[in-house]
Design a protein around this ligand. Sequence first.
Ligand code: SF4
Ligand code: SF4
Length: 127
Amino acid sequence: MKPKVICHVNTCTHFLPGDLCGAANIDILHEEESKMSNTAEQTECKTFYHRQGITDYLGSMDNVNWGGIANTILTAGSKEVYPSVTCIVDSCNFWSLGNLCHADAIEVTGQSAKECQDTNCHTFVHK
Ligand code: SF4
Ligand code: SF4
């Protein structure tokens, strides 16, 4: 079971109205590679891609959940677009072997983010 992804990062090319993420997969990492995350602020969504113009959309198009997006358009009103989550933040209570997240849902925060470091997995809970 993959967690539902609720995202507030409105400056990302993958962001969809309704606080959804249209990426096929997202990678949640420690903000500092060599440092274990102790708080949500020390995590980041590495898949963030700053939206500035049409070329940015083209640059991130190899990681798009087209099936989920089509499904949502066909069943208007339902929230069915969720990426798979690969997470290496093994200091989190929801982390499990295989870089999986077993939370029911995760919330990615960082409104107006300009770079990955401005985003966080708000659902992080220290073990
Ligand atoms: S910041 Fe991450 S979770 Fe949010 S829309 Fe971008 S890729 Fe998806
Ligand atoms: S809740 Fe924890 S395990 Fe799940 S994606 Fe966020 S940091 Fe990773």
